[in-house]
Write a protein that binds this ligand. Structure first.
Ligand code: HEM
Ligand code: CU
Length: 839
């Protein structure tokens, strides 16, 4: 398609017809919920997270009402425990993280001028999991069954079933389910940033929001799995009596604290960096100039992410740690202020150098930074261990964390709402209502949380349902309560503004005159996203590239058509964004929702100890996943290549490291390996705290079976690699034979891995040593089972003619899995089989 073909208006109209037909959303009362397009799924996701935030906010108001006056008895102590636990847990797990992912699902394709994300059905699956898990967890409060152990659920309070009821299981299992969906969304976002950029958008031309999506999603990938590992251990203790956190039987509650905070501290930055990202988008717009210090900001974001994984112990200063740890983690905690400072200074410099248009989103950005900085300052205070010993578990900490979270997450989000609302609906929100709401929230937040510093230093502990009048902190508490209601009034005004939006007329395109790609959106946006995928030469193409918008709209760039009636988007190379393929995207389907329902059932049924039903649901999940993959992935195209304009012809199929599927597999395995490391960390943690580990009184699994299991795993691994190579050379029969042999070896390793602990009758309820050995063995065995299923899947694909030597994505993807399986087996079997010999 040469440039002047697009001069023909009839051709253009015909292309538009085709695009419109292909991207038409499913309609009807039921069918619309099968939608997978990022615009709709992202909006559902955002609204749901917003709803959870409002719900958690109402819980906060109930708490503040209870605390308004001393010796109040509006709610019981027990209810109060449920209130603060659910409030904190919902805000962190059901609002802050999902909100980032939700907004990113909407924005990312627009930032990258892609037609959709690479795995639209995966986003839909993530959404439905989130909804089901979230309703399950938050609904528990209506049955007086909400978790009540605080948002970090410290054992032994929470592992002893006589002290905590079903609530603890609901927290562990419900939130694990949501963590899985958070990781799924993170995989989607990472692959999106790496593989779905428009031609020419080298890494250093990427909009900063995309950089932050990459950084934050990678953080989610490494932060959530240790918590998932902790959840696994936790539930094994609660449901089966395996004593990981029970000191009487060799366990240690501190292991939970480590696993929780290895997640929990990065979490703080996971919820804060997206706000910085938002500022990095709106500040250039309102300064009407390029952002200063782009490379510095990227480096600072990466640096913050990196440092944030080395700080978790500052949440454990009061647990009696060695002096050297105190000093190290104290210093590291102070150091993280540096990259944060760099980012903020870059923003100030940009505003300084530009002509500032003072507007509502900018008001939110600067106001929230002011609040955030106060929280940052008290953060520097509590990072000093001796100060923390005084302030720990008092209202001082409640004040600190809310300054950070309200300044760093909630208010910036409202700023983002005012900035991006026109992008999503074509209409601006009311500037005036926005400003009024801002000032009410600003005053409310300070009135609510500033006095808490004082009541905390006066000695008011956190998580108490009331306090005696003699303490003399009644006035401070009343002020906090009034502040909370004021804040809620501000939120109500924002909600009113949103509710009025449908009555307002559509505005114009790109109302803030921004320079980045997402603002190509039209007030009456078509579902195809972008009319043609542009060639990018600048960080602010709308400002810098001549006739840019016109050329995009007239389809003068790439992929202006949908000739074969398929949903398509361009795949580019990771570093320099050269177009290398067009891939066909998943269309609306029930499968994501059904898979989420059966997977949710596994977690929910386990909560109620309905193990047989849960097992049945697990098989149903497996079947759903296989069906989904079989019908929806690695489809062989009807022709090898297609032209995408400007004389460029690219393949319709990719396999191996250039493909999006391979990356998704690789990234998922990184998360999986991280969870596994959490368990291995547990083993060596127990080794460090015991004088003798393995303890002589408890037999180990021996050396023979673990080594047999390892050998079998390695045979299966090598066989799979050989299969891939032979298959690529066209020797299909030999490849299938090799694959069968590998499958048998991998499957056999499952049993060999369990044989050791079984043969020596290791009793996991007796002591933490047999418990952790069993855990590592079972984890590896389950992974071997999944590996064998994958090998069988590839075999079936080959027999069904859905995998050929040219179209071999399946075998290449399962080889990635096998690499990780081999690594897991090596570490697990060396740990349980060989380590006792040298320990
Ligand atoms: C104006 C809005 C808010 C109010 C009035 C409020 C109020 C409260 C109150 C009263 C507590 C319990 C303190 C205690 O008893 O120890 C609390 C705890 C907490 N809040 Fe908020 N909160 C608000 C917003 C937020 C936001 C936006 C987040 C996070 C994004 C958040 C996260 C937390 C966490 C993590 C806890 C700790 C829970 C625990 O101790 O287990 N809050 N909040
Ligand atoms: Cu921290």
């Amino acid at each position: 398609m040469s440039l002047h073909a697009q001069d023909d208006p009839d051709l253009r109209r015909a292309q538009e017809e085709r695009l419109r037909a292909v991207w038409k959303p499913p309609e009807g009362l039921f069918l619309r919920w099968t939608d997978t397009n990022n615009n709709r799924v992202g909006v559902w996701y955002t609204l749901t997270a917003f709803g959870f935030m409002l719900f958690a906010g109402v819980l906060a108001l109930i708490m503040r009402t209870q605390l308004a006056v001393p010796d109040n008895d509006l709610v019981s102590a027990n209810t109060f425990n449920q209130l603060f636990t659910l409030h904190g847990s919902m805000m962190m797990f059901l609002f802050a993280v999902p909100m980032f992912e939700a907004v990113s699902i909407i924005l990312l394709p627009q930032l990258l001028a892609a037609r959709d994300l690479p795995f639209p059905r995966l986003s839909a699956f993530g959404y439905w999991s989130f909804l089901i898990g979230g309703v399950f967890v938050s609904g528990s409060i209506f049955f007086n069954a909400a978790p009540d152990g605080g948002w970090f659920m410290y054992p032994p309070l929470t592992t002893r079933t006589d002290l905590s009821g079903l609530g603890a299981d609901i927290w562990m299992l419900g939130l694990s389910f949501i963590e899985v969906s958070s990781v799924a969304a993170a995989v989607e976002l990472i692959v999106g940033v790496l593989k779905c950029r428009p031609p020419g958008m080298r890494l250093n031309l990427m909009p900063l929001y995309a950089w932050y999506i990459l950084v934050v999603a990678v953080m989610i990938l490494f932060a959530f799995p240790p918590l998932i590992a902790g959840d696994v251990l936790f539930e094994m203790e609660r449901l089966l009596g395996w004593p990981f956190f029970d000191a009487a039987r060799g366990g240690d509650p501190l292991l939970w604290q480590h696993l929780f905070w290895i997640f929990g501290h990065p979490e703080v930055y996971i919820v804060f960096l997206p706000s910085i990202a938002l500022f990095a988008m709106l500040i250039p717009t309102f300064a009407q100039r390029h952002l200063l210090g782009y490379p510095w900001i990227v480096l600072a974001a990466v640096g913050t992410a990196f440092l944030s994984f080395g700080l978790w112990v500052h949440h454990m200063f009061a647990t009696g740690l060695p002096k050297i740890s105190l000093a190290f983690f104290s210093a590291a905690s102070e150091a993280v202020a540096i990259p944060t400072g760099i980012q903020i200074f870059a923003f100030i410099a940009t505003l300084w150098a530009g002509k500032v248009k003072w507007s509502t989103p900018l008001l939110y950005a600067s106001g929230s930074l002011a609040i955030f900085v106060v929280g940052g300052l008290t953060g520097v205070m509590v990072a000093v261990a001796p100060f923390d010993w005084q302030a720990h578990d008092t209202y001082f900490v409640v004040a600190h964390l809310h300054y950070v979270l309200i300044g760093g997450t909630l208010l910036p989000l409202f700023g983002g709402l005012y900035y991006y609302w026109p992008l999503i609906t074509g209409k601006k929100l009311s500037d005036r209502m926005g400003r009024i709401a801002f000032w009410i929230m600003f005053v409310g937040a300070n009135l609510a949380f500033f006095p808490m510093h004082l009541s905390g230093l006066e000695g008011m502990p956190r998580r108490v349902f009331t306090y005696p009048a003699e303490l003399g902190i009644g006035g401070l508490n009343l002020a906090s309560t009034i502040g909370a209601y004021l804040f809620a009034a501000g939120v109500a005004i924002v909600c009113l503004d949103l509710a009025l939006s449908p009555t307002r007329p559509k505005g114009k395109r790109n109302p803030w005159n921004a320079g980045t790609l997402e603002w190509l959106a039209l007030p009456d946006d078509e579902d195809w996203g972008i009319r043609s995928v542009p060639l990018i030469e600048s960080r602010y193409p709308i400002w810098d590239q001549k006739d840019f918008v016109k050329k995009v709209d007239e389809g003068r760039f790439f992929l202006p058509d949908a000739e074969e009636g398929r949903r398509e988007t361009i795949i580019t190379t990771v570093l320099d964004a050269r177009p290398i393929a067009v891939i066909r995207l998943g269309t609306p389907s029930w499968k994501p929702m059904l898979t989420a329902i059966v997977l949710g059932a596994v977690f929910i049924l386990t909560t109620y100890h309905l193990y047989m039903a849960a097992l049945f649901a697990a098989f149903a999940t497996l079947a759903m996943v296989l069906w989904w993959l079989w019908t929806g992935t690695a489809e062989i195209p009807e022709k090898p290549c297609k032209p995408i304009g400007h004389g460029l012809e690219v393949p319709l199929y990719l396999s191996g490291p250039s493909s999006s599927g391979w990356w998704a597999m690789f990234i998922t395995m990184m998360a999986d390996a991280t969870a596994f490391s959490g368990l291995v960390f547990g083993y060596y943690f127990f080794w460090t705290i015991h004088a003798e580990f393995p303890p002589p009184a408890f037999p180990g699994p021996g050396m023979v079976w673990p080594m047999v299991a390892l050998a079998l795993t390695l045979v299966g691994w090598a066989g799979t690699i050989a299969t891939r190579e032979v298959h690529a050379r066209g020797k299909v029969t030999l490849a299938r034979t090799l694959l069968v042999a590998s499958l048998l070896a991998t499957f056999a390793s499952l049993f060999a891995g369990l044989a050791g602990p079984w043969q020596y009758a290791m009793n996991p309820e007796a002591h933490v040593y047999p418990a952790i050995v069993w855990t590592l063995a079972i984890w590896t065995a389950v992974h071997a089972g999944i590996g064998a299923i994958m090998q069988g899947y590839a075999l079936a694909r080959s027999l069904a003619g859905r995998m050929t030597p040219t179209y071999d994505a399946d075998i290449r993807n399962i080889t990635v899995y096998q690499h990780f399986l081999a690594l897991t087996a090596l570490v697990a079997y060396a740990t349980i089989g060989l380590f006792p010999a040298v320990a």
